[in-house]
Ligand binder design. Sequence first.
Ligand code: SD4
Length: 325
Amino acid sequence: MKRRNFLSSSALAGLGLGMGCKTEIQEEKSDAIQTDHFQATVVSTWNNQKANEAAWKVIGQQGKAIDAVEAGVKIPEADPNDQSVGYGGRPDRDGNVTLDACIMDETGNAGSVCFLKNIKHPISVARKVMDETPHVLLAGQGAQEFALSKGFETENLLTEKSKEEWKKWLETAEYKPKINIELHDTIGMLALDEAQDLSGACTTSGLAYKLAGRVGDSPIIGAGLFVDNEVGAATSTGMGEAVLKSVGSFLVVELMRQGKTPAEACEEAVMRIVRKQPNYKEIQVGYLAMDRAGNVGAFAIQPGFVYAVTRNGNTEVIDAKSYLS
Ligand code: SD4
């Protein structure tokens, strides 16, 4: 068929006018995973109980998952003692704290920022990118200018503690990210609300002492986070390069679409790294996933990855299984 004919007939079909039959969209079989029941749930990477509690405040009052995940991850973003996220995050090797974050809602809308400096809540800037621009990802100076135009204020995010540690690191300046230490505490959060809608958020200061300009998986839709309301959602933590190279969170969701449980999907996505990336023994990657019924699963390369699950207002911290022991 010539392109123009194809376009006009598909446009007609799109309007349902083609042959008096269903539209193409209606004809396409939905691959939504069927659920008899579901349970509103909040999950997040690492021991982020306080973040879960903040998210649950929204979910428990019949609020939306998208508002819950934003409220949740803002807790570690504002916490100076969390040195992997927001204020207090460890800097790059030039001493600049640069932040990455993304957010995705039940409709598939997404917003993200990367290489953002001096703004405490990158997740809220990402939300504004999603809600108030036609774009998905804003970077660096442009992201900061956008944030300022939306009323965010600049502030110094480098705390004395992170500054001192960075100065100590400069004495040797050996760049070897340490498993579960420097790769610890990035928050990826997934929430399922009482309307059975899923959303997710992910926010980080990235790898400590990274090269200036380095961006990891956390702000990249499909890598650090992916949400498909018909199937489930996934997020990651650890060595972002390994996740980027395998489009990890998208992979986890697609594996759930094919019938794997959240735990099985996370394990298979980890195995993809183990099979294809020769340095897997030296790195950590953890995946966390939830299906649209609220079932949760996780898997990591190395031991030590934990995640927090909240249901009915009660939070439990669980050890993820891992490939290496
Ligand atoms: C990154 N995935 O920038 C992040 C780091 C991380 O806990 O997860 N830290 O690669």
